[in-house]
Design a protein around this ligand. Structure first.
Ligand SMILES: Nc1nc2c(ncn2[C@@H]2O[C@H](COP(=O)(O)OP(=O)(O)OP(=O)(O)O)[C@@H](O)[C@H]2O)c(=O)[nH]1
Length: 273
């Protein structure tokens, strides 16, 4: 699976240079990851890009991830000496902890922060949450910002208003799938039906009842294709002539997963990493 459609070496070099030049302006970096896939959602070159700069790893969208596995990741990060906070940028859960941790690490009245992360991980949402406003004005394409703007959060934290958009991992098939499941890479890379079949397989390895319960299916179905057909029937996804509309059913499954309607599900746990 080739997911390298939006990133090419020149683009990556520009991004890296832009982030490195902004690093000089800040005291600390918030590295945003998706709590459902902390390994897959980490940029592969992050350590060399950030160098020795202080960093807090934020596991965002923690409201969508399994709380027990969140705890395991927390232990894993703590054991490795990594400062880490779980966050829900939509409702602000975890922000106070983040601010307190930032102040513990950087002993200054005015702390300057840059947010970095791969697409769709929640960078703009977090900026807006911290800034208490509805939308960020600046585009987040690397290198387009002419003047540096700071967002004052009223508690001594000053956020650089342009987050660093990093590229995802390209090499591992499994990582590509995880990124596609959560919507961090474009859906066109895999057709929707194939993606949903792979998602059903993945969900079944986590807990066989997740899909069965959500769509009120027979316990005995084991094949993901038959499962999808049954979901289509249950949800009335039919084309003219009563032909099953698999694509519609596939979109339902993918959307339900992304919205957390199948439950709080983590696709990666620290043991696997
Ligand atoms: N459930 C949940 N959804 C979130 C959270 N944070 C962000 N989102 C959603 O995730 C989607 C992507 O959020 P953005 O803030 O646009 O992500 P981004 O990293 O700025 O994305 P790019 O602009 O592509 O780099 C949006 O639909 C947000 O509403 C969170 O903590 N929990």
């Amino acid at each position: 699976m080739n997911i390298n459609i939006n990133w090419y070496p020149g683009h990556m070099k520009k991004t890296t240079e832009s982030i490195k030049s902004n690093l000089k302006l800040v005291d600390i970096v918030y590295e945003l990851l998706d709590a459902r896939i902390p390994y897959s959602s980490q940029n592969p070159s992050i350590n060399s890009i950030l160098g020795q700069k202080k960093r807090i790893t934020i596991l965002n969208k923690s409201d969508l991830a399994d709380p027990n596995i969140n705890n395991k990741w927390m232990k894993c990060y703590n054991n490795n000496g990594i400062d880490c906070v779980f966050l829900n940028s939509l409702n602000g859960n975890g922000i106070d902890e983040l601010v307190n941790l930032t102040k513990k690490i950087i002993d200054k009245n005015m702390i300057k922060v840059m947010i970095v992360g791969i697409p769709n991980v929640g960078k703009s949402t977090l900026i807006n949450r911290i800034a208490n406003r509805k939308s960020t004005k600046t585009g987040n394409k690397p290198g387009i910002t002419k003047s540096i703007q700071w967002i004052n959060s009223n508690n001594g934290i000053y956020l650089l208003d342009t987050p660093g958009v990093l590229w995802p991992k390209f090499e591992e098939e499994n990582v590509g799938l995880n990124l596609a499941f959560v919507g961090s890479i474009k859906d066109e890379i895999l057709d929707t039906v194939t993606l949903s079949l792979k998602l059903i397989d993945k969900l079944n390895t986590i807990n066989k009842m997740l899909v069965i319960r959500r769509y009120d299916l027979e316990n005995s179905i084991s094949d993901s294709y038959v499962t999808l057909e049954n979901i289509a029937i249950k949800r009335g996804c039919l084309l003219k002539g009563s032909i099953i509309d698999l694509e519609k059913a596939a979109n339902i499954v993918i959307d339900d997963f992304r919205k957390g309607l199948l439950g709080r599900i983590s696709l990666e746990s620290p043991q696997e990493g």
